[in-house]
Write a protein that binds this ligand. Structure first.
Ligand code: ATP
Ligand code: MG
Length: 576
């Protein structure tokens, strides 16, 4: 039995001002973590216990799925990042360090480079495959916007796994095993998480799913169908297109310039005296990628999806061009831009604009637009792509149902990588036929610290955390209501000993505090059961059990209280 006063559980009435979302506030208020610096946290005893619970569930399920646990270094020579080609691709998040000889290292944000180097050296024959190596380890990422506590941190714990197979088919099987393991892991953590199709981004790879926890404060958006037939990150999601079709009827006229003084937005051109509907406008965006300009054409009522765009150009190293760069290239400023007659610059157009006629767009002359524009006739499009973000209500291509949009927290990610890293890092094997082939890889991440916080984000009320029993720091918060009342203390400690003998983890609140304070803290720290022993109930031979999740209060005879607590906990523990 662990005593409250032997730990450090610094509960707070109020959360510090920089905590924006409820789970971040509760992590601090319940004394689970403390901030050292933005995005960098110390885990206090209660936080560490919950974290270990999540880790252990992950470890058990990874082992069950055939994973082999290893531990790789966080400190990695910069050369291996150059070798994989990710030194520049991932440069935004890489922490760089130099040793005494001025040699450059990076702090690992992920471990494809290290594991593939290992596999290149140690795996040589088809007889050694398949293999799935995993670790639970600290990652470092120089996030642009660390925030929301453990959700987006600079230093965080990840479970990362990497599978090596002899063929695509075998890799598919490894992927499926991880997908199933993830489903079990989140279920055992008590979380409502669901898989969605995900963008493979610039890490490459062919196929990927993210596991999402629905939450208004999530940084992702998921498009899904009510019937469950489709769910995808909006970075990837497609639909049959916008509700309003794109006009494709010719006006029979050539592009005609008209004066639009001061009009620099889609909305302004929609208003009188112009009255051009947003779906009749071509929006012209200009980006700079690898020091080359790219014009992107979207329908006026659509948003460019930057993840899709990054996927098409093969890099996330791009930015909007500055007004000066744009003026130098097109002779006009943002708000009056268009691609009619433009040559020598790459022009990407969104699929929604195919066949568009009778459109309006900027004239590349400040204060003027063009109408009667027909995209096929008037604009030289280099490539057509799906670049738009889907909207709620659009029709799903897969199911034919309307799409819904929901915000969510990404807690895990499974990726089919193929041979991208094995080829660049030299991981290959001799097949049964004596032919040397690259290993086929997959990679699989779970944000362990983020998962722990996501559970708090999903399960709380105005009074505090409501831990799922499987990851709660302790199962029972046991307290004598008055520590000066000898009988209460005796009964409570005896009950605690019995519970411990039954394998239940008990936090014994030995504080000499008013009952109100202890009860408030009890709700705040959110252990599944609160058991209080006081003079009044003891007079009737009973102790009080309160179920945190339901608020249900049960008066239980002292003699059978331990059994009843065991039963209650069994009912509270999720098992897939
Ligand atoms: P995000 O889009 O949220 O930045 P990511 O795609 O960069 O995530 P991965 O590289 O797939 O994430 O990492 C695997 C898991 O690690 C993610 O699913 C997430 O749960 C967790 N994770 C990633 N970045 C962070 C971070 N800065 N802080 C905490 N957890 C993180
Ligand atoms: Mg990231």
């Amino acid at each position: 039995m662990i005593r409250w006063t032997d730990l450090l559980i610094p509960t707070l009435r109020e959360a510090p001002g920089d905590a924006e979302i409820v789970s971040h506030k509760l992590l601090l208020r319940a004394g689970l973590i403390r901030k050292l610096s933005g995005g960098v946290y110390t885990f206090l005893p209660m936080g560490l216990r919950a974290l270990r619970k999540v880790e252990n569930i992950i470890r058990e399920e990874m082992n069950r799925a055939g994973g082999i646990e290893i531990l790789m270094p966080a400190l990695q020579p910069a050369e291996i990042w150059q070798q994989s080609g990710r030194y520049t691709l991932a440069s935004e998040v890489l922490f760089h360090v130099h040793d005494r000889t001025k040699r450059e290292w990076v702090l690992g944000p992920t471990h494809e480079e290290v594991i593939t180097t290992l596999a290149a050296n140690e795996i040589n024959s088809y007889r050694q495959l398949p293999k799935n190596f995993y670790q639970i380890q600290v990652k470092f990422r120089d996030e642009i916007r660390p925030r929301f506590g453990l959700m987006r941190a600079k230093e965080f714990v990840m479970k990362d796994a990497y599978s090596f197979d002899v063929s695509d088919e075998a890799a598919q099987e490894s992927y499926r095993k991880m997908y199933d393991a993830y489903t079990r892991i989140f279920k055992r953590c008590g979380l409502k998480a669901f898989p969605v199709e995900a963008d493979t981004g610039v890490i490459g790879g062919k196929f990927s799913h993210e596991f999402m926890v629905p939450a208004e404060t999530g940084e992702n958006e998921v498009a899904y169908c009510e019937g469950g037939g489709y769910a995808a990150n909006t970075e990837k999601a497609t639909s049959r297109g916008p509700a309003k079709p794109t006009p494709t009827e010719s006006t029979g006229s050539a592009p005609e310039k008209f004066a639009t003084p001061g009009v620099v937005t889609i909305e302004a051109l929609q208003r009188q005296p112009y009255g051009v509907g947003a779906h009749r406008q071509i929006k012209t965006l200009v980006y700079l990628a690898e020091s080359k300009l790219i014009i992107v054409l979207m329908r006026g009522d659509d948003q460019l999806n930057e993840a899709k765009f990054a996927g098409k150009i093969g890099t996330n190293q791009f930015r909007p061009a500055t007004p000066e760069e744009i003026f130098a290239a097109l002779g006009a400023h943002p708000g009056s831009l268009g691609a009619v007659g433009v040559t020598g610059i790459t022009v990407y157009a969104d699929e929604t604009l195919r066949g568009a006629k009778g459109m309006a767009t900027g004239a590349n002359e400040d204060g003027f637009h063009l109408r009667h524009v027909e995209i096929d006739r008037d604009i030289t499009v280099t490539s057509w792509f799906d670049l738009r973000t889907v909207k709620a209500g659009e029709i799903c291509e897969t199911t034919g149902e309307p799409l819904k949009i929901q915000r969510a927290i990404e807690v895990g990610h499974v990726f089919k990588l193929g041979t991208k890293y094995s080829e660049s890092m030299g991981s290959s094997f001799l097949d049964a036929d004596g032919v040397r082939k690259p290993t086929v890889m997959g990679c699989y991440g779970i944000g362990v610290t983020r998962t722990m916080q996501a559970a708090i984000e999903q399960f709380n009320d105005v009074n505090g955390i409501i831990w799922p029993a499987s990851i709660a720091p302790f199962h029972v918060h046991l307290m004598p209501i008055n520590v000066a009342h000898a009988e209460s203390v005796t009964v409570a400690t005896e009950l605690g000993a019995k519970l411990e003998a039954a394998g239940i983890e008990v936090l014994y609140d030995d504080r000499d505090e008013r009952p109100g304070v202890k009860f408030k803290d009890s709700d705040l720290i959110g252990l599944p059961l609160r058991v209080s022993v006081g003079e009044r109930s003891l007079a009737k031979g009973e102790v009080e059990i309160k179920v945190r999740s339901t608020g249900h209060v049960i008066m239980s005879p002292v003699a059978t209280a331990a059994d009843q607590i065991c039963e209650l906990l069994k009912g509270l523990t999720a098992s897939p």
